[in-house]
Design a binder for this molecule. Structure first.
Ligand code: SAM
Length: 216
């Protein structure tokens, strides 16, 4: 199954309503294309790093059942305002997802917080709020999150989509997409990558991808 993706829309935009300087979202069009390709009305759609709620809002609009986790209370409050059913967003840590009483998941799509291999002291999985970043631990913890998600996926048709880019740094390219792809392949089966051919790419990445996984 190959999704057809209308990717002319801009991926990043800033919404002053959130008063955030790192208000990076993916486009609603992108989420809609994946949901149309991979889900049906009534399906459960998970975003473990819900951010500003794009996945959840589009899922709700399309008659899917959204459920999301977000660690930062300010973002949880913002997403609650955007949803018809505010209980769809849970304030919590995706690293503890396995401890929650979540339903089985038909589809999951997210953009996790990013990290580079070097020169990145903040811990993305603490919402960049602590200075104990460690790239190996970051990849291991992300992998553990997806091991838990793999156990929740409802069947062989269920997909887990992860939006990651390879990041330009002062010292070269930090291949986050390759590293996340290899790490998550330890717990899920890699299905395909979708290269996001944005009309107006930015210079902080070489390419932007949606990596598509399924249950092992
Ligand atoms: C790149 S943003 C996702 C943006 C989202 N795709 C959108 O369009 O709105 C990643 C989010 O993960 C959250 N986050 C970071 N660590 C987390 C954790 N351990 N558990 C849950 N959420 C976390 C961050 O606060 C951030 O809002």
């Amino acid at each position: 199954m190959q999704p057809v993706l209308p990717l002319s829309a801009r991926v990043r935009r800033t919404d002053s309503a959130t008063d955030e300087d790192d208000d990076d979202r993916f486009s609603e069009e992108l989420v809609e294309a994946f949901l149309t390709a991979y889900t049906s009305p009534g399906d459960v759609v998970l975003d473990p790093f819900a951010g500003f709620g794009t996945t959840l809002v589009v899922a709700e609009k399309l008659g899917r059942r959204p459920v999301g986790l977000e660690i930062l209370p300010s973002r949880v409050a913002y997403v609650r305002e955007r949803l018809r059913d505010p209980s769809a967003i849970i304030e919590g840590d995706a690293r503890r997802l396995g401890e929650l009483d979540l339903p089985s998941v038909d589809f999951t799509m997210t953009s996790p917080p990013y990290m580079t291999r070097s020169d990145h002291p903040e811990n993305p999985l603490n919402g960049y709020r602590t200075d104990d970043g460690d790239y190996g631990r970051y990849l291991d913890e992300l992998t553990a999150v997806y091991a838990s998600i793999g156990r929740l996926l409802s069947g062989p048709e269920s997909r887990a989509v992860v939006n990651v880019a390879n990041l330009r740094t002062d010292t070269g390219v930090s291949p986050l997409a390759w590293d996340v792809g290899a790490a998550l392949s330890r717990v899920l089966a890699f299905d395909q990558e979708v290269v996001l051919d944005w009309a107006d790419p930015e210079d902080w990445y070489t390419n932007d991808y949606c990596l598509v996984f399924q249950r092992r």
